[in-house]
Design a protein around this ligand. Sequence first.
Ligand code: FHN
Length: 499
Amino acid sequence: MNKYILCAVLIGLYTAQLPVAGQWTGKKEKPTETKELQYGPITPAHRTDDAMERFRRYGLGQFIHWGLYAIPGNEWEGVSARGGAAASEWIRAWRGPTAPKDWIKTYDNLYKQFNPKDFDAKRWAKQAKAMGAKYVIFTTKHHDGFAMWPSKFTEYNISHTPYKKDIVKEVVDAYEAEGIDVFLYFSVLEWNNPNYMSGEPKTAEEKKRFAKFLAYTRNQLLELLENYPTIKGFWFDGTWDRSWIQAAEFTYNLEKELRSKHPGLIIGSRFRNDEYGKRHFDSNGQLLGDYEQGWERKLPAEYSWLDGNDWDAVMTIPPNGWGYMKDWSGLYTKDSYDLLDMLLHCVSMNGNFVLNFGPDAAGNMHPQEDKIAAEIGDWLTVNQEAVYDATHIDLPVSQYGYYTAKEEFLYLTVFNKPVNNRIRIAIQKNASAVPVSAALLIANTALPLTHSDIGLDRDKNTYYDIQLPATFSTDKPFVIKMKMGAPKAKADKLMDAKM
Ligand code: FHN
């Protein structure tokens, strides 16, 4: 099999496990019939408790993928795994002509050299704080099964490395000391666990083995809640295999148990499925979990696609690859402008944007990640009012950027400044609140605002023009802050042409 076909196969394998396309590339199809479900949602689709209200206000999160895969950094002895492994944190699954001889054996012994000499969780947490992250999702265990905490349920854990110390605890303590909430990423599937299987257990022996795996998974999750009781939630992954899907009764009861042990725990829609195998949304189209957890390296094009659900979108800076990659050459790597656009895109649709960092084996972020963290932090320092605690507002979509709203204020974060420096705001003609004043947030300078009834035939909107200074120019997104108030007396109804 030549490497291009192999690559296509690997990418296919990697992407095949992603949520069903229809769920994330358009409005959700509503089932035509209602089924009586035993293993449907456990929590209401729109929780109103403090923990969930806090989740809604996060805006920006940090994802950290860190584990043994940081040691190879997507290559080995000078040979790139690009094309041989689907992603850097998937490097254990490196196959084909470029894969090193006895690679799996080599990989499964990497723990013996894991000793991040530069690791300083406090440094990471301070960087995340300065960036403006309000929560962090940290990989306790990825698909390779290596536990970054001293688990009692597997020897394959951090205490058996030269580093020895409990990395999960260090991260939890450091981030919470900075006021950043911690969520724990947990991969259900484990490539190297003899009791794991991707297919449905059929024989008595397979059923016995997989039952052991399910018990092990439950033990580790209860252990994480016991060891780190201050965490706010789990970010589950690796739940797409038939073996897990057929265990709907077990996963339903496990979710109930986790929630009972940790009131307020937040669990996304990727954890489990109903008894018909429906993931993320049950057979009746109801959200399974507290928020939509399928927006991975993709964003909803329209607010209506979300059906009012809470959601997060997780994003890599390189095109793909969540774990450390030494070599970013030849790849389009997103800059802070791209990522701020995605952040405002998410917040304008009531979602959280979670930016991924993949530290190297020594415990350092990639230099490009350091640069982007600082640039995002600088921008948010000045413009954070338009992001944090801001929500979606039902207005005609702006061609200039993204609307967010908070109390009596409307914010427009402009990414596309018109050549005439005139920002035209379309407001529904029957709106109860319209812009009554406008200012440039960055300098708090008032801007001229005029009501422009353009007279578009039968237009259901009216327009408010905000004029930026003719000399205004910037290479960064900027925010126009508008105070909203009751519309003034309507202009006389202009005659429409008799068609
Ligand atoms: O297979 C994983 C992948 O390695 C990575 O952890 C992403 C992050 O959301 N989740 C899975 C792919 O959907």
